[in-house]
Ligand binder design. Structure first.
Ligand code: HAM
Length: 426
């Protein structure tokens, strides 16, 4: 260790921020498998990959998610940048996708079908399945106003879970938040009801009452629960158009054999939803059971000052899915190359290069005696080692050792790639 790299006495150790985790290869393999499965499935539905910046102007979220939502009122990573502009690390991606849709003049090209994956940031209290930096895979279908779009989006979510093998202890919760008129009537009814019980409400819910009484339904405060249970039900305030829309969604899901549970308490944590709201919830994750959630958000573009455009989508929490999937298939076992003596170093480099170019994963055992390097090969999960010394070089061959079987054979170099490919390397 040189002088500069020595740890300074008395300095506290640096660790990652609370609720923000490193993704080591084991976790990363799960994430990649989930992303790949989700991407392939979304592609079957005609969705295409896109990306948005992780840092956005504050207003992208402040104007759309609802000032009384937990995300906006408590959880956003917002700060002013060096130019004094208020910016936010995205807490979700739907608002960003709609901004991108409007900024890039895509209204002429609807329907637009996008999928994305990446990190999101919410300053929440970390616990199992709840992080401050987490990852989502999501799809957004922008343009169609018809309930068939909602059915397709939910079906895509169901197929992703199915293909990931997550079929135990998972249920789809479904609710309708109706159109604007229905929501207005329901809001008025809730306001009257909660006003009558004002003194019994939690402080958070009191604050939310005049601004958005629907948010009270999302309250986790114990004292609010009884009031919420007896509150007016949305279903009684849906007008004909909203009920018809919801009925078509339910019929479609039934026709596709996707079971669902109607859940009147499902209002979702973000304010931009209308009509369909849904969540796939797992019973195997404790309190943070929602693995994939979404719904229709026809009003979102207007909240940002863009022309109105209907849309529907969902996002899934990759960390939560990662806890539910089976162990991903193990990575390919490497071919382990062992050059013995200085004269073998360059031939070994060339050999590794040749094998990699022909698609074979190869590792190099740089130094140490043969026993030590064979141990290293086993540690790296290699099944085959190639031993290359002066004699082998002279013979234009290598010793191929099967570490699982403890057998060895001399193989001519010109036959090596084909020979290795013919072997079982599991
Ligand atoms: P969301 O329900 O807030 O919706 O998040 C979607 C999913 O992200 C959740 O179901 C959960 O699996 C995961 N998630 C959320 N917060 C955390 C966290 N702190 N730690 C770990 N996982 C978390 C949205 O974000 C909407 N943009 C979904 C949407 C797309 N609606 C329409 N289109």
């Amino acid at each position: 260790m040189n002088q500069e790299a020595k740890p300074k006495q008395g300095l506290s150790k640096i660790s990652s921020l609370r609720g923000m985790h490193d993704l080591l290869p084991e976790a990363m393999r799960r994430h990649k498998l989930i992303e790949k499965t989700a991407e392939e499935t979304a592609s079957l539905y005609g969705f295409e990959a896109m990306g948005t910046p992780i840092l956005e102007p504050l207003d992208v979220f402040a104007r759309t998610l609802g000032e009384t939502s937990d995300v906006v009122s408590k959880e956003m990573y917002s700060f002013s940048d060096k130019s004094g502009e208020m910016v936010t690390l995205r807490p979700e991606n739907t608002a960003s996708v709609v901004r991108a849709f409007a900024n890039n003049g895509l209204a002429m090209h609807v329907p637009i079908k996008f999928f994305y994956a990446g990190p999101m940031f919410r300053y929440e209290r970390p616990q199992k399945g709840r992080l401050r930096q987490f990852h989502q895979f999501g799809i957004e279908l922008i343009g169609p106003a018809s309930p068939q779009a909602d059915i397709e989006v939910i079906a895509c979510g169901a197929m992703i879970l199915d293909r990931l093998g997550i079929d135990q202890g998972i249920s789809l919760h479904l609710n309708s938040l109706g159109n604007t008129i229905s929501r207005h009537h329901y809001r008025t009814a809730l306001m009257t009801y909660f006003q009558d019980h004002f003194d019994d409400l939690s402080q958070d819910s009191k604050d939310r009452l005049t601004r958005n009484p629907l948010r009270i339904l999302d309250s986790k405060a114990e004292g609010d629960q009884v009031l919420i249970a007896n509150a007016p039900k949305f279903a009684d305030y849906l007008d004909q158009e909203s009920s018809d829309f919801f009925a078509i969604v339910q019929q479609g899901l039934s026709a596709l054999n996707i079971p669902f549970t109607l859940n009147q308490a499902l209002v979702r944590g973000l304010d931009y939803y209308c009509h369909t709201a849904f969540e796939f919830v797992s019973t195997n994750l404790g309190a943070q059971g929602a693995v994939l959630g979404g719904g229709r958000y026809d009003g979102l573009a207007e909240f940002m000052g863009f022309p109105a455009i209907p849309a529907v989508g969902f996002a899934a929490g990759i960390e939560r899915l990662a806890m539910l999937i089976a162990e991903p298939p193990s990575v390919l076992r490497p071919i382990f190359i062992i050059p013995m003596g200085d004269s073998a170093q360059i031939p070994a480099l060339l050999l590794a290069d040749q094998l990699r170019k022909s698609g074979l994963k190869s590792e190099m055992g740089y130094s140490g005696n043969l026993t030590k390097r064979l141990k290293q090969a086993s540690k790296q999960n290699a099944r085959y080692a190639l031993i290359l010394g002066e004699d082998e070089i002279a013979a234009g061959a290598v010793q191929l050792r099967d570490l699982d079987q403890s057998s060895q054979a001399l193989i001519p170099l010109n036959q090596l790639p084909a020979h290795l490919k013919s072997l079982n390397n599991r």
